[in-house]
Design a protein around this ligand. Structure first.
Ligand code: GCB
Length: 603
């Protein structure tokens, strides 16, 4: 677990300098990097933008599909004025694992391609001089790591990944790199919880520091007026007439933490924007600020042309514009934690998000078209290591994202094999160990694939609400048979109803692959008309069952996957194309969702 995952800020005590731009890049197919001294830096690679996935910049297939070790190198200047400060390099994400060298010295390693980590470089740098940072990355997949897959070797000697999941294995420095200069005595972390009473609210907080300096915490409203202050590492801020953070009507306060006796010349200052709101599950209701809400939105991917899985503020801006236009209020960060800027935008725009760890592919029979294997995933020598990494990433995810008002719930798996008895002890461990990690006690859940039903799944006691991924009309009962698909879906929902389902059910995946621009009357599968028919069918079913408390269609936009006979240059279930233009389905949802009230189905 990381010591501190606070998002970088710049103020009188802290500086955050991004090291984005062009780095030097090399593949290391022969494993010669260390032998040839690459860790000390190199200039004979190709230039590579950061942040970006390296894959799509190459025009030859062997490079695009490259699997194994790869290296990034660049110089950076450390000013003399930084002497005496705690200096860190912060990597927002290196996919999937990294070893960091500064001036040839190994500083640390990190496992997991979607969460940040920081390396203390105070002892390794030269002050008032150029320094070198080198990252040795690796993008192999295995059953011991998240997301799960295999790495195979072709007969020509080239390695290749076989993901047990349906998104392209985009790799590299996918998010920003920061040079941080921090005070020696500093804030490491903080937490907030909320209690509402009439018009007032209490913000309970804890602050973790690495010293004994006194702590002052203050809260300012959106106009910058300080509305409450408190002293100590633990305390309560009383807010009269609190402005609550509401879904699609956000209000953010600024929380300022200062260390030291004198707040005019503090030892450290950390500032963040928070929203006051509560989240509860009560029976089949999802409550925000004690009021029932209905989720409308998407499963998404961080995916766009050119830079692959890189975070791109422009794409993000566009995606939020589209989600607002269409009347959505929520999304799932399928199938991994997203860049922290996504959560900041969601905080500001009042979107709710379900925050997912990359525990995807925990089912080898899944994605049979990707070459699925008929084996039990939850039985094998890889489980111990996998579990360590899984819980470690849950810890870091919750540590990183716990103060975002937009985070509704934690998704601990996507479509694991839960009809397998062997899954039960694994689930128990993960749910037990993650129980107290979130001070706000948000719901924890995971998605159930079509195989995992109220009759077959062995782990239905664990989630606080159910997330269902269902594909009638596409993977089965497609085309003219869609009426049987609808009948089957209703049969399934009748069973949930008869069983007296006591928790909310949210549909987190459903949809149909659709080639934009393909039209036919009457419809056939893959046309825009057919996608609309499938989505209308689902909407009819959702409207008929009160315990269904949300619809998040798969997917916001078309996205890249491995190639195969089930994928035409990627997954085409987007409501928008990969370049974010609307298919006919976008106008269907624009009409439906802009009409559905936030408290749809509230009694
Ligand atoms: C699923 C997966 C998602 C796939 C989707 C599909 O169940 O969770 O990753 O992309 O189905 O389109 O097949």
């Amino acid at each position: 677990m990381e010591t501190s995952l606070l998002y970088p800020v710049t103020n009188d005590q802290r500086t955050d300098q991004k090291l984005d731009g062009l780095w030097q890049f090399k593949f290391d197919e022969a494993g010669e990097g260390e032998k040839s001294g690459w860790e000390t830096g190199f200039h004979d690679g190709v230039s590579m933008p950061v942040p970006a996935s390296f894959n799509d910049f190459f025009t030859d297939k062997a490079s695009r599909e490259y699997t194994g070790d790869f290296w990034y190198s660049r110089n950076f200047f450390v000013p003399s004025a930084a002497k005496g400060k705690a200096l860190f390099l912060r990597f927002d994400a290196v996919t999937h694992r990294a070893t960091i060298f500064v001036n040839g010295k190994e500083i640390r390693t990190h496992e997991g391609g979607f969460l940040p980590f920081a390396a203390d470089i105070s002892e390794a740098v030269k002050y008032g001089a150029e320094n070198t940072v080198v990252v040795k990355g690796n993008n192999e997949l295995s059953r011991e790591a998240l997301p799960a897959g295999d790495t195979i070797t072709l007969r020509n000697g080239k390695k290749m990944v076989r993901p047990f999941f349906d998104f392209y294995n985009y790799s590299g420095l996918n998010r920003s790199v920061h040079l941080l200069s921090l005070p020696q005595e500093r804030v490491l972390d903080y937490t907030t919880t909320f209690a509402l009473a009439g018009n007032d609210a209490t913000v309970n907080y804890t602050v973790e520091t690495n010293g004994d300096a006194p702590v002052t915490v203050s809260l300012a409203d959106a106009d910058g007026q300080v509305v409450a202050t408190a002293q100590g590492k633990q305390g309560a801020l009383q807010v009269q007439n609190a402005h609550l953070w509401q879904v699609r009507n956000a209000y953010l306060y600024t929380l300022t933490i200062q260390l030291g006796d004198d707040t005019q010349t503090p030892l450290d200052t950390y500032t963040d924007r928070i929203g006051i709101r509560t989240i509860k599950i009560s029976g089949t209701d999802i409550l925000v600020n004690d009021k029932p809400i209905y989720l409308k939105g998407f499963g998404r991917h961080e995916d766009s042309p050119f830079a692959g899985r890189a975070f791109d503020l422009n794409v993000e801006k566009k995606d939020f514009a589209l989600m607002k236009w269409i009347g959505a209020n929520s999304f799932r960060t399928s199938h991994y934690p997203y860049d922290e800027q996504v959560y900041k935008i969601a905080d500001e725009e009042g979107f709710l998000l379900t925050d997912e760890v990359p525990a995807v592919g925990f089912k080898m029979a899944a994605a049979a078209f990707l070459g699925g294997l008929n084996q039990s995933f939850f039985k094998g020598p890889w489980l111990k290591k996998l579990h360590e990494r899984h819980i470690d990433q849950i810890r870091d995810l919750i540590k990183r994202d716990k103060n975002h008002p937009s985070v509704l719930a934690w998704s601990l798996f996507n479509e694991p094999d839960t009809i397998d008895e062997n899954a039960v002890p694994y689930f128990k461990q993960i749910f037990d160990e993650s129980k107290d990690l979130d001070p706000q006690g948000r719901p924890r859940t995971f998605t159930l694939s079509e195989d995992d039903t109220i009759e077959t799944s062995k782990v239905l006691d664990f989630p606080d609400f159910y997330m269902l991924n269902r594909y009638p009309g596409w993977y089965h009962f497609g085309g003219y048979q869609i009426s049987d698909g609808e009948a089957g879906l209703r049969d399934e929902m009748d069973k949930w109803q008869k069983a007296g389902v006591k928790k909310p059910v949210v549909f987190t995946e459903f949809g149909a692959d659709t080639e934009a621009g393909l039209h036919k009357l009457p419809s056939v599968m893959w046309t825009e008309e057919y996608q609309v028919e499938v989505l209308k069918m689902f909407s009819r079913v959702f409207d008929d069952y009160d315990f269904i408390k949300g619809e998040q269609v798969w997917n916001l936009a078309d996205f890249q996957t491995v190639e195969g006979n089930m994928r035409v240059n990627g997954n085409k279930k987007g409501i928008f194309t990969r370049d974010r233009q609307p298919k006919a389905a976008a106008f269907f949802y624009h009409d439906r969702w802009n009409k559905l009230p936030l408290d749809y189905k509230a009694k």
